[in-house]
Each structure stands twice: as structure tokens, then as C-alpha cells.
Design a protein around this ligand. Structure first.
Ligand SMILES: Nc1ncnc2c1ncn2[C@@H]1O[C@H](COP(=O)(O)OP(=O)(O)OP(=O)(O)O)[C@@H](O)[C@H]1O
Ligand SMILES: [Mg+2]
Length: 327
């Protein structure tokens, strides 16, 4: 990736403490996001999506250890002190977390929450902050922004709360928005609205987005590039049209086949057999091999290297039918 990237994550590894010891929840993950670009990070539950997002912002659970680098606009966020990182977080990089209630205080009116945030980060007056809050609520299509400011979070539906959380994350005009499953809890109409909003923000304001989801279908319409994670490692990574058009990792292929509507007419959609491993039972070799129809003996012992396979795609599979036979 060239120097034009706004965010460059290199060899990010996160070790977490589990009941059985220290385990790698994220293992050597690298990706980059340019200005105005939407990168989709996909994978089933437990693949390391949220831990990756939290690691970027120094928000990991106690006892977690991180290595690698997370360069944002040239600065490695992993080397920043707590207070310096707090300045970046919220102002330049915003997180919409998987559960919108974690970003909204249940007892405070929306106005207090949104304006405090903007005043703290941008030094706005209360009046300016209120204007900004109204503007952002309108941008996420909250029907009556004035009324919304006077309300408490519990007065909104889940979908509305998610939109408010997004409005709050955008209020400081971040350069990078990290959105962790921002549409998963929403019905399809609202989901489409949020996706359109993100697309508009990147076109009109050049906002970059790290879009986390378990649903490759959602990414097909919004992401420029996709990074598929499995067991905390990158399985496949490339342009959306390349990765979804001709998936080459059996895991990506499996996720595609499991999508409703992806199946050819008459054929049923086929979920991937088995379930993703827990950190305490991570298979040796390729973590996906126990569930993989293509697996050969070496898959159980050798961790496949992530290789550039030529079409701007990175692939971590030794039995890819198009790949040279591994030596
Ligand atoms: N605080 C923690 N302590 C120990 N292990 C954790 C902790 N948080 C997450 N994990 C484990 O780390 C792995 C990655 O978790 P993560 O939350 O990043 O998954 P995810 O891809 O976001 O999944 P989901 O789609 O369910 O949100 C999982 O195996 C999970 O059980
Ligand atoms: Mg998650």
C-alpha cells in the first residue's frame, strides 16, 4: 500500500487472557484504508473483528497485549499515551460499537450527550454544538431532530438508537469511522438507509470507513475492498468485485454460498458445516481446515502464508485450485 493510506495496520496481533491462558485473538492482521474508502472486514462470530477494531483505538479489555503497528495519518496509535490517544479517538477516529447502548448513556438526554462530545473535542459553544447535533441527526434521517435532542435513548427503537450512535460518531467530523456491525440489528429498509448514508459521507466528506460485519451481502453494495478474517487471521483480501465475484478462499466461498439469495434458482443455500473455533480450541495449521471441503493433510499442520495471487488479491490457502502446488 502506498503512502496515501489514511490508516495502515501492519501485523496487528492481540493476545487475550482466557481461562486457559494467553491466546491470540488477532494474529498478524494487516490492511490499509485510503481517504474516502470503505473497507469491509468480514467473518463469522469470533473471527476477531471487534477485537481488531478495539485494538486500533486502545480500547481492549484489561490484560490484553497488542503488537504490530496502527499508523493513522502517519502516527502509530499503538505508541501514543492514553491522553494523546483520547484526543484522536472521538475527534479524528470514531467508533460505532456493536451495541449502540454502549455509546449512549441511558440516563442522559441525547442533547447532553451529543453536545458534550462536540464541545469537548472541537471547542464549540453550546449553541454551535447544538447546531452540529441537529445537522447530524438530520443527516442520519432522524425524523424530528429537535424532538430527538430532548429525548432519552430508551425512547427510541433499536434502529433509531443505532442511527443516533452514528450521528454522534460523525458529529466531530472524524476522518475515519469504525462501524462494528452497524446494521446487523436493523431491518432491511433502515439498513439500506445507513448504507446509503455511509456512501454519501465518503463521497461528500471523504470520510473513510472500516465496516465490520458477518454479512458479505451487506458489503457487496458498500465496500471498496474486503478483508475476510477467520480465527483472527486474514483469509482473503482484495477488491470487493474480485473477492465476492470469484472467491478463492474456501471460507469466503462458504460464506458466499451461505448467503440467502446467493444460491442458484432451485438450490438451497448451504451453511458452512461446523462452527468457528473458540480461542481455546484453535486448530493447528490452517484454522479453517476441520470445516474445509478442500483440505489436504498438510492443512492440519502448516499455517498457510498470505500470498499475493496476482489480481490485487491476498490469499491464505495452500489448496486454492488456481495456486501452484505447495512445495
Ligand atoms: N474479553 C475477552 N477475553 C477473552 N476472550 C475474548 C474477549 N473478548 C473476545 N474474546 C474472544 O476473542 C475472539 C474474537 O472475538 P471478537 O469479539 O473480536 O469476535 P467478532 O468477530 O467480533 O465476533 P461477533 O461477530 O460475534 O461480534 C473470540 O474467540 C472471543 O471469544
Ligand atoms: Mg464483534
Amino acid at each position: 500500500m502506498t503512502g496515501e493510506a489514511l490508516l495502515e495496520v501492519e501485523d496487528l496481533t492481540v493476545r487475550l487472557r482466557t481461562a486457559r491462558g494467553i491466546r491470540r485473538a488477532v494474529d498478524g492482521v494487516s490492511f490499509a484504508i485510503r481517504e474516502g474508502e470503505i473497507l469491509g472486514v468480514a467473518g463469522e462470530s469470533g473471527s476477531g473483528k471487534t477485537i481488531t477494531a478495539l485494538a486500533l483505538l486502545g480500547l481492549l479489555p484489561l490484560g490484553a497485549r497488542t503488537s504490530g503497528s496502527v499508523r493513522f495519518a502517519g502516527t502509530d496509535l499503538l505508541t501514543l499515551r492514553r491522553r494523546e490517544l483520547q484526543k484522536v479517538r472521538g475527534a479524528q477516529v470514531s467508533l460505532v460499537s456493536q451495541d449502540p447502548m454502549t455509546s449512549l448513556h441511558p440516563l442522559l438526554r441525547i442533547e447532553v450527550q451529543m453536545t458534550e462530545h462536540v464541545r469537548a473535542h472541537l471547542g464549540f459553544s453550546q449553541e454551535q454544538a447544538r447546531e452540529r447535533a441537529l445537522e447530524m441527526l438530520a443527516a442520519v434521517r432522524i425524523p424530528d431532530p429537535e424532538q430527538a435532542l430532548a429525548s432519552h435513548p430508551h425512547q427510541f427503537s433499536g434502529g433509531m438508537r443505532q442511527r443516533i450512535a452514528i450521528a454522534m460518531a460523525l458529529a466531530c467530523e472524524p476522518r475515519l469511522l469504525i462501524a462494528d456491525e452497524p446494521t446487523t440489528a436493523l431491518d432491511v429498509t433502515v439498513q439500506a438507509g445507513i448504507l446509503a448514508l455511509l456512501d454519501r459521507l465518503r463521497r461528500e466528506r471523504g470520510v473513510s470507513v472500516l465496516f465490520i460485519t458477518h454479512d458479505l451481502g451487506v458489503l457487496s453494495s458498500v465496500a471498496d475492498r474486503i478483508c475476510v478474517l477467520y480465527g483472527g487471521r486474514v483469509a482473503e483480501h482484495g477488491a470487493t468485485s474480485v473477492v465476492l465475484g470469484t472467491p478463492r478462499h474456501p471460507y469466503t466461498d462458504g460464506l458466499m454460498r451461505a448467503l440467502p439469495g446467493a444460491a442458484v434458482a432451485g438450490a438451497a443455500m448451504t451453511p458452512i458445516a461446523g462452527s468457528p473455533p473458540s480461542l481455546d480450541a484453535m486448530p493447528a495449521g490452517c484454522a479453517f481446515h476441520p470445516r474445509c471441503e478442500w483440505a489436504v493433510a498438510t492443512c492440519a499442520t502448516r499455517v498457510p502464508a498470505l500470498r499475493d495471487v496476482g489480481d490485487g488479491r491476498l490469499l491464505a490457502c495452500d489448496v486454492d485450485p488456481l495456486a501452484p502446488v505447495p512445495s
